[in-house]
Design a protein around this ligand. Structure first.
Ligand code: CA
Length: 509
């Protein structure tokens, strides 16, 4: 009896005070390259607050998106399904909000839910007790904010405003009797990378080295890469480069803007730069503005983390940092995303969960944004519907690196014709190899990521890789069957991608 007593006391204690399910905070950005986060080894900038999440949690080196573009990524996260099943294969159409999503299921499981920030799915958010969202892409300054009842313009810098709203909901808006799930989603650092007032002069004296592949001529691959329209040297426009000031600023905002950019534009006009020098100037201008937008995000994440600490919420809140996809900071000469190549296939993904995740762990397991919804449900103790295609990451989060979690990953990009002229493609990636099929033009690429991490030399058709190529094709077919991917039979018009606007002009982007 004596030996049983402590056990009985423990059992009694458990029954008396069941721990409430964890809160879930998804901090989400748009187009944030891992290479611009110091926890991922950025050589450009430091992000102390995102790094805090990593230092106290688990950082994933291989979080892959199912489709590297904004709305489809968001739809995958909400549904735990690939885009052919949730309907959002491209950016344009409205998301079908009547379908099953993880926020709806969390509501049913007793959570209070909110969506604050960039939604980008056209239809009204569903599954949320509260929402305040940007309209469409939303501007960097003075954004119209849409709620369930109206749309109002709020004056200020969008990254700061969205954080105020998130903190306000956490503090006063939510039902404190329930666990919460908050999606706190920034527009930044999406194009055209407008800095906030606190960071408008950052990096002004810093020169950035172009990546080794900046002048990639795409000669050793399929014809797809050479057809794209997203080169920093050729395709950034005056709006991107801030040669002309943004629209709809208040007088004070405009004054601040002109103080910073006016003299620099004058310098450019007088410099007569051309050729490689002009490319370098554009690259620096691009990098500085992109990174400035990131720094405001990082500051604001710090405000939210501080709030969680100060209120004691941090202990029982799972904090996730991620972005809708990766991004090019000059690799292959590019800005933008869309490709199955590594910089846009990979997205940042960091999870802090004090109770279950060891601090400061880096994990190379191949995980995906299709896993987010089942993971959130699992964290909440809710059932994961059988039709979700991702898997709960809890075993990976609790057990550390588990390279058997997923042996191969399926990817598909559909938006051609479309902005930036990236051909439709699907493919399979394993820990070492990647096979891509550009099905509209019937061309293949294959990369050995160990020998060629920059993906500039396709080994498709090479005798040395014949067995591996055959194996990847089998796995690709299996994955398409497993995920029930239909043939993409939408017609592809000829000559739909042209780009005639010079770098001093505007385009629709
Ligand atoms: Ca995006």
């Amino acid at each position: 009896m004596k030996r049983l007593l402590p056990l009985l006391l423990v059992l009694a204690g458990c029954q008396a005070a069941p721990k409430p399910p964890p809160n879930i905070l998804l901090i989400f950005t748009d187009d944030h390259a891992s290479s611009a986060i110091s926890a991922y080894g950025s050589t450009f900038n430091t992000t102390p607050n995102i790094d805090r999440i990593a230092a106290e949690g688990m950082l994933f080196e291989n979080c892959l998106v199912t489709n590297s573009i904004c709305a489809p990524s968001r739809a995958t996260i909400l549904t735990g399904k690939y885009n052919h099943l949730n309907g959002q294969i491209i950016n344009g159409p409205a998301f079908d909000g009547s379908q099953q999503t993880f926020p709806k299921l969390l509501q049913q499981a007793g959570y209070t839910t909110a969506m604050i920030g960039k939604w980008h799915l056209r239809s009204a958010p569903t599954g949320f007790d509260h929402y305040e969202v940007l309209v469409g892409q939303g501007p960097y300054y003075n954004p119209p904010i849409r709620t369930a009842t109206d749309t109002t313009i709020v004056e200020g810098y969008t990254t700061d405003i969205l954080t105020d709203m998130a903190l306000n909901w956490l503090d006063e808006g939510r039902d404190g009797e329930k666990p919460f799930m908050l999606m706190y989603q920034h527009k930044a650092p999406h194009r055209n990378w407008q800095p906030g007032p606190d960071h408008i002069d950052d990096f002004v004296d810093q020169e950035f080295d172009m990546p080794a592949t900046f002048y990639d001529d795409y000669a050793t691959r399929s014809s797809a890469a050479g057809q794209a329209v997203m080169r920093i040297d050729d395709h950034l426009n005056a709006n991107d480069l801030k040669i002309t000031p943004p629209r709809n600023l208040t007088e004070a905002q405009m004054e601040r803007w002109m103080e910073s950019y006016g003299p620099r534009n004058e310098e450019l006009r007088e410099s007569g730069l051309s050729g490689d020098d002009l490319d370098q100037w554009k690259y620096n201008r691009y990098m500085r503005d992109y990174l400035r937008s990131v720094q405001s995000v990082d500051d604001n994440i710090g405000r939210v983390l501080d709030y969680l600490d100060e209120t004691g919420l941090a202990e029982n809140t799972v904090v996730v940092y991620s972005s809708d996809q990766g991004w090019y900071l000059g690799e292959h000469g590019w800005y933008d995303k869309r490709w199955m190549y590594e910089p846009s296939l990979k997205t940042p993904f960091i999870v802090r969960w004090p109770e279950s995740v060891d601090a400061g762990v880096k994990n190379e397991t191949m995980v995906s944004n299709v896993d987010f919804a089942p993971t959130f449900l699992d964290i909440a103790g809710a059932a994961i519907p059988a039709d979700m295609q991702g898997k709960s990451l809890i075993p990976v989060l609790e057990g550390g690196t588990d390279l058997t979690f997923r042996d191969a990953f399926y990817y598909q990009y559909y938006e051609y014709p479309g902005a930036h002229c990236v051909r439709r493609h699907y493919g399979v990636r394993t820990d070492r190899y990647k096979l891509i099929y550009f099905y509209g033009i019937d061309e293949w690429e294959m990369f050995d990521l160990q020998e060629d991490p920059d993906e500039v030399r396709s080994v498709y058709g090479s005798a040395d890789y014949a067995d591996i190529e055959a194996g990847l094709k089998v796995r690709l077919t299996e994955l398409r069957e497993e995920y029930e991917v239909p043939e993409d039979t939408r017609p592809i018009p000829e000559e739909v991608c042209t780009y005639t606007v010079g770098w001093m002009g505007y385009d629709a982007g």
